[in-house]
Design a protein around this ligand. Structure first.
Ligand code: FES
Length: 240
């Protein structure tokens, strides 16, 4: 496989062709925020937090769905990017009901952590405060649409790793929501195996284990690479 040489934040780096810019950026030691990306799952390019500027292109590019190319000159933290990232987190917070103080993931939530890192100490947009439901019909898990950021990690892990495809996203725009089966209560979904992978990859408190109370739910995502490594390389060692 050939190797591309590119410049990231004025640093000359090499990356195998076919690698995503996001991977190259992280391998080069630069931090870049992500929400829909999760190592081990396909890329969706939905949250737009990983946006970068590529010299010669008027558009910002989501680095998780852009492949490295020879001679690329990339910037990851310009004033414009930092401003947009902050705005995107604010829009996510305004879209549903992210009341951290009353959330099972308070203190462990990826959206909350990102907001703190990006300096989001208030939201400049009107909160939509939609009247969304919770689905507690499953014997072990709960789905709270109020906390969902529609990253689709749950759909992808269910489809790509568990192989069940019990979940999907229905509706468009602001009506989008994660469904089980043909939009049935979770507990009635025959395709759901009850494995809980969707719960573990969910970055917020949208999916959680029954019985968790405020700030109690912590997620374990390392299982994903463990499964994929095991399947791929037949190495089944668990490194915590
Ligand atoms: Fe790239 Fe979400 S991580 S768009």
């Amino acid at each position: 496989m050939s190797v591309a040489t590119l410049t990231i934040n004025d640093k000359l780096v090499s990356a195998k062709e076919g690698t995503t810019l996001l991977a190259a950026i992280r391998e080069s030691g630069f931090e870049i925020p992500t929400l829909c990306h999760l190592d081990g799952l396909s890329e969706r390019g939905g949250c737009r937090l990983c946006l970068v500027e590529i010299q010669g292109s008027p558009k910002l590019a989501a680095s998780c769905v852009t492949q490295v190319q020879e001679g690329m000159v990339v910037q990851t933290h310009t004033e414009r990017l930092v401003k947009y990232r902050k705005m995107m987190v604010e829009l996510l917070l305004a879209e549903r009901n992210h009341i951290c103080a009353a959330c099972v993931m308070n203190g462990h939530c990826e959206l909350q952590t990102l907001a703190a890192k990006l300096g989001v100490d208030h939201v400049r947009f009107d909160y939509l405060c939609p009247d969304l439901k919770m689905d507690a019909s499953h014997e072990r898990f709960v789905k709270d649409h109020n906390r969902c950021v529609l990253c689709s990690r749950c759909n992808r892990v269910c489809d790509e790793v568990e192989g069940a495809h019990a979940m999907d996203t229905a509706g468009r725009g602001i009506q989008s929501h994660v469904i089980h089966g043909m939009n049935q209560p979770w507990g009635q979904s025959r395709a759901c195996t009850g494995c809980g992978k969707c719960v573990q990859v969910c970055p917020t408190g949208a999916l959680f284990a029954k019985g968790s109370t405020v700030a109690e739910m912590e997620k374990e995502q390392q299982f994903l690479l463990w499964i994929l490594n095991g399947r791929d390389k037949k190495i089944w060692t668990w490194n915590r």
